[in-house]
Design a protein around this ligand. Structure first.
Ligand code: PMP
Length: 419
């Protein structure tokens, strides 16, 4: 018999398993709203024009070789990534207080950051929001941290449970790590306001809680905001749609001079999902500490995968360092955001037209790719069985997976599920 004969069959991943189930369904009307990847109105994956162009430039450049990158990755990419999240004029960058390493997309950045903390930080408890992205507890637990939760979402208002959040962080072990979604919280689409962020910052700093930002949707969320009525301008006093605004919470924490970590992903905002491009930055109090931190990050990375892949990071660096390409990127992002917002409106209108019981205004209020519908596991199972609509069992739907053609089918299914 096999030496592995005693293994039990493991369950599918709760998020990626949705696609596995979808692929097995022979129905022509099937609809996959499970995974957060952008789709066109025709339901096709999208490669940004600016990404294609950057790739062409890279391919045509005969001086480019396939040598190993350093353990920390592509130097240009790391600098540009830090600038994207902390701001081009960030005092922390200017003072060389930021250690940035290229990692395997957002997940890899979180994992490397967590393993570093498990080895070198004095507190092993990390607080994550309830609910959060399903992979968070697993990444942090396997890295050697001990996971606790803080209240975040209030199902009654379908908004932020700010009181609960303040109470739980207020009661947290001093010095503990706190995972914060930088913007477009997944799965709820609910973010604190900047005033609330400021209160969170003051509370966390007063208790010595260490912020670990997960930034998987930077720029995407901003563009959505920006289109939905220039709220950003009101909040921040911007004259034009600056693309920095949704990194604002992160920058508030950096501006106070304290330490923090940030994991960035280029999966959603550049559509580079499968290229696995991301960065981990650790903002330190001095350049000397940052240098030691970087040296220790290398010791985490080397035995894990030696060094990161070169192609995706080269695409990102090519785009971020060229102001024309950078602008093209934002225009293409705006088109993606426009389509997502239009899907939100169309779904909301379709439910209104059907007289579907309940208040569905959260569909147009929530931020980012996902709508946290409020549908329960039973209703989701019903929609999958009767309507061949696939989504995670917490009722999260990816608006980017919808199109004008499929909105009526989804609205019919939701209507049937709640009546
Ligand atoms: N954090 C959050 C909140 C996410 O939603 C995702 C992607 N779904 C990630 C991290 C990481 O994704 P990736 O590893 O593909 O960049």
């Amino acid at each position: 018999g096999s030496v592995f004969a005693s293994l039990v069959q493991a369950p599918e991943d709760p998020i990626l398993g949705v696609t596995v189930a979808y692929n097995k369904d022979p129905s022509p009307n099937k609809l996959n709203l499970g995974v957060g990847a952008y789709r066109t109105e025709e339901g096709k994956p999208l490669v940004l024009d600016v990404v294609r162009r950057a790739e062409q430039l890279l391919v045509n450049d005969q001086s480019r070789v396939k040598e190993y990158l350093p353990i920390v990755g592509l130097a240009d990419f790391n600098k540009l990534s830090a600038k994207l999240i902390f701001g081009a004029d960030s005092p922390a960058i200017q003072a060389n207080r930021v250690a940035t390493v290229q990692c395997l997309s957002g997940t890899g950045s979180l994992r490397v950051g967590a393993e570093f903390l498990a080895r070198h930080y004095h507190q092993l408890t990390i607080y994550i929001p309830q609910p959060t992205w399903g992979n968070h507890p697993k990444v942090f637990t396997l890295a050697g941290l001990s996971v606790k939760t803080y209240r975040y979402y209030d199902p009654a208002t379908r908004g932020l449970n700010f009181q609960g959040l303040l109470e739980d962080l207020g009661a947290a072990t001093s010095g503990a790590i706190v995972l914060l979604h930088a913007c477009a919280h997944n799965p709820t689409g609910v973010d604190p306001t900047l005033e609330q962020w400021e209160q969170i910052r003051q509370l966390m700093r007063s208790k010595g809680l260490l912020p670990f930002f997960d930034s998987a949707y930077q720029v995407v969320a901003l563009v959505v905001w920006w289109i939905t009525g220039g709220q950003i301008e009101n909040m921040l006093g911007f004259a034009s749609g600056s693309l920095d605004a949704d990194a604002q919470p992160v920058r508030m924490f950096v501006a106070d001079g304290g330490e923090c970590l940030a994991a960035q992903s280029y999966a959603k905002n550049m559509g580079l999902y499968g290229e696995r491009v991301g960065a981990l930055s650790i903002v330190c109090k001095t350049a000397d500490v940052a240098s030691k931190v970087e040296s220790q990050l290398k010791l985490v990375i080397r035995p894990m995968y030696s060094n990161p892949p070169i192609h995706g990071a080269s695409i990102v660096a090519t785009i971020l360092k060229d102001s024309k390409m950078y602008d093209e990127w934002t225009v293409e992002l705006k088109a993606m955001a426009d389509r997502i917002i239009s899907m939100r409106k169309q779904l909301f209108d379709a439910l209104s037209a059907r007289g579907t019981p309940g208040d569905w205004s959260h569909i147009i209020k929530q931020i980012g790719m996902f709508t946290f519908t409020g549908l329960n596991g039973e209703q989701v199972a019903f929609m999958t069985k009767e309507y061949h609509i696939y989504m995670t069992s917490d009722g999260r739907i990816s608006m980017a997976g919808l199109s004008s053609k499929t909105v009526p089918h989804l609205a019919d299914a939701i209507h049937a599920a709640v009546t």
